[in-house]
Design a protein around this ligand. Structure first.
Ligand SMILES: Cc1ncc(COP(=O)(O)O)c(C=O)c1O
Length: 454
């Protein structure tokens, strides 16, 4: 039986709950209680049952959220957290949108209750979210071909779709881009959905490997799910051009694949909700059946509210009704019904012309600030780096992230250990966590890590 030693300065401090029968006797066999009056220190051992959880090993830290934990522990004042994709102000503080505060005040004024939502979520939210995605009045909405249910933000919505795939398309494979947002693999692994990768990033050009992507999608078994980032690809920041999207849709249609969009940055990439939904709308116009997971973490700054949706576009209203019923069936034993707070914020903002306008202005402001720091970082790199290296790939990338090309572990370690810049190991930095004032410092760190660490 396992035992632990307990050393006490005085017997009077012995905890009452310690069972005296379980105290091991000293070497002489005498009970320490009986001979402690004259001793200043008593050593004894207490038996402890082995844990039933001995077989559970320590999980590794999450590659993205673990970066924030390491950042918090760093006491250097120069430190910079470019790991997690969360918007910061120029002062590097979290930002709650004014329009969100306004929508929350409205909820208080109205005295909204906290009753359970139905399994599918708030009806006004589901209507608003589908309209934002496809455009109000789009035929797929008018003809009721979209099954929409509220999800626990982007992650939870992806997870619902993964469960639907596992249940109704057994053995079907999901193709994900190489690289992709780290949680995609976890989501499909946990849902027991097989996945493989299609080529996406070309390290030579720090751009899109379009030929490789098309070839891999073509060669996937017919009827595969093709996971596509609707805009602002995470982690690379590299999106297909509108012409390339057309070719991607062509090959997916030819092979009878099912597109599966992950839209986590609508309005946050370009500053325009419509522009960032162009890829999704292209597929809708072709009358294809497909999935779209949505998130309001970034574009409304509702990270902790866990608000998003899964939409399944079907070829008939009847199919959409059936799909929706099964999505609800999947959600019920997982979390019963979703939270109301974020759903009401989205519904209030989208449902009021003034607030909708204010949201768009704030989104443009956030997207604009990211574009400005992107430019400043590029300018700083070009002016400081005398090697002639072409840094223009930074300007070609879009959205919150930049893939720096610092893809060797030693390089990102140098960024963190020497420069106190926290980022993911794949070389991704979140420009949303960068201020104008820190661009030059970051450029120095990148140049040093790029040229001096191999
Ligand atoms: C590509 C992508 N999909 C989905 C998400 C989901 O985020 P959340 O669950 O916070 O909405 C993220 C967040 O970083 C993302 O980058």
């Amino acid at each position: 039986m396992a035992s632990s030693m307990l050393s006490l300065g005085s017997t009077s401090l012995l905890p009452r709950e310690i069972n005296k029968d379980k105290l091991k006797l000293g070497p002489s066999g005498s009970n320490p209680f009986l001979r402690t009056k004259s001793l200043s220190r008593v050593t004894m051992s207490v038996s402890v049952k082995p844990s039933r959880f001995e077989g559970i090993t320590m999980a590794p830290p999450d590659p993205i959220l673990g970066v924030s934990e390491a950042f918090k522990a760093d006491t250097n004042e120069l430190k910079l957290n470019l790991g997690v994709g969360a918007y910061r102000t120029e002062e590097l503080q979290p930002y709650v949108l004014n329009v969100v505060k306004k929508a929350e005040n409205l909820m208080l004024e109205r005295g909204d209750n906290k009753e359970y939502l139905p399994i599918e979520g708030l009806a006004a939210f589901n209507k608003a979210t589908a309209e934002l995605l496809f455009g109000a009045g789009h035929p797929v909405i008018k003809e009721q071909k979209v099954a929409t249910i509220q999800g626990l933000s982007g992650t939870g919505s992806l997870r619902l779709a993964a469960a639907l795939i596992e249940r109704y398309f057994p053995g079907a494979k999901v193709l994900i881009s190489a690289p992709t947002w780290g949680n995609h693999k976890n989501i499909f692994n946990d849902a027991k959905v097989p996945w493989s990768e299609y080529r996406y990033y070309d390290p030579k050009t720090i751009g899109l490997d379009f030929e490789g992507m098309i070839q891999d999608i073509k060669e996937a078994p017919e009827g595969s799910f093709i996971l596509l980032h609707g805009c602002a690809h995470n982690p690379t920041g590299i999106d297909p051009t509108p012409e390339q999207w057309v070719k991607i849709a062509d090959v997916i249609q030819e092979k009878n694949h099912i597109p599966f969009f992950d839209v986590a940055y609508q309005g946050f990439a370009s500053g325009s909700l419509d522009e960032d939904a162009a890829s999704v709308r292209l597929f809708a116009e072709r009358g294809m059946e497909f999935f779209v997971a949505q998130s309001y973490s970034k574009n409304l700054g509702l990270y902790a509210e866990r608000i998003g949706a899964i939409n399944v576009v079907c070829s008939s209203a009847d199919a959409a009704t059936r799909v929706k019923s099964q999505l609800k069936r999947i959600a019920r034993p997982m979390y019963s019904n979703p939270p109301v707070h974020g759903a009401r914020i989205v519904a209030n903002v989208v449902g009021d012309a003034t607030m909708f306008g204010e949201w768009k202005a704030e989104m443009e402001m956030m997207a604009g600030r990211i574009k400005t720091v992107r430019q400043r970082l590029y300018d700083s790199l070009v002016s400081k780096d005398k090697s002639g290296k072409d840094w223009s790939f930074i300007l070609k990338q879009i959205g919150m992230f930049s893939f720096t090309g610092l893809n060797k572990a030693q390089q990102s370690d140098n960024m963190t250990n020497k420069w106190h810049v926290y980022m993911t190991k794949d070389g991704r930095i979140s420009l949303a966590g960068l201020s104008m004032a820190k661009c030059e410092y970051l450029a120095d760190a990148i140049i040093d890590s790029y040229h001096n660490v191999s």
